[in-house]
Design a binder for this molecule. Structure first.
Ligand SMILES: O=C(O)c1ccccc1NCC(=O)[C@H](O)[C@H](O)COP(=O)(O)O
Length: 212
């Protein structure tokens, strides 16, 4: 399973989280976020990581050409779209970035919101289901109704996100089969400051689940 720890802001924490076994680090490129990082910070953090893992840039309703410019200047392997980007927008980005993974995040309010994910099946590589919050785009700590997602089975890979932490990961994954999980505030001391003990505990519990 892919394990993405999102909202990395510090090189030592990025390196430690990669060493603990995360398969992806997420960088927030949404200026209003308390976890926002500049290109120089992304480059400093990724330079300290020798392992081959995914580096995912998170954007919200950014101009495709600006994303393309950022991709040229960083080692980002994937682009996560966390706003209200349309399938047409995703296709335009796909033309600009043919060799990068495009992940569409959907903020799920109810069953209807995840049923609507079908409109993205032909325009992105991966889906990410996050919790809905009326004011915030992401990193909210709000959870999804996991049981209601039991029949979610899209024809492309998907991440489960939204309020996951070491204490609820077993319950969240009970009956669900996402291709990856995405965790931010559930392994933090404060926004952007990761708690390495919590990251280690999360990874330990995921390992136990996969051994069962
Ligand atoms: O994390 C942010 O601050 C953020 C801000 C604006 C857009 C997206 C953002 N985060 C996106 C993520 O991928 C988070 O990992 C995801 O929302 C889950 O967060 P959490 O519920 O805290 O685990």
């Amino acid at each position: 399973m892919r394990i993405k720890i999102c909202g990395i802001t510090q090189p030592d924490q990025g390196r430690a989280i990669a060493n603990l076994g995360a398969t992806a680090l997420g960088f927030i490129l949404v200026p209003s976020s308390p976890r926002y990082v500049k290109i120089e910070q992304i480059n400093a953090i990724t330079a300290a990581i020798p392992d081959k893992i995914d580096f995912i840039g998170v954007f919200a309703d950014e101009q495709p050409e600006i994303i393309q410019q950022i991709i040229i200047k960083t080692p980002l392997t994937s682009v996560q779209l966390h706003g209200i980007e349309s399938p047409e927008y995703c296709q335009r980005l796909r033309q600009l970035l043919p060799d990068r993974e495009i992940i569409k995040a959907l903020r799920i309010k109810d069953r209807e919101s995840w049923e609507k994910s079908a409109i993205y099946f032909n325009s992105v590589d991966t889906l990410l289901l996050d919790a809905y919050h009326p004011q915030l785009l992401g990193g909210t700590g709000q959870t999804l109704d996991w049981q209601a997602l039991a029949s979610f089975s899209p024809p492309l890979p998907w991440f489960l996100a939204g309020g996951l932490n070491p204490d609820n990961i077993s319950e969240a994954l009970n009956g669900l089969h996402p291709d990856g999980i995405d965790v931010s505030s559930g392994v933090e001391r404060s926004p952007g400051d990761k708690d390495l003990k919590k990251v280690a505990l999360l990874l330990e519990r995921l390992q136990k689940l996969s051994d069962q």
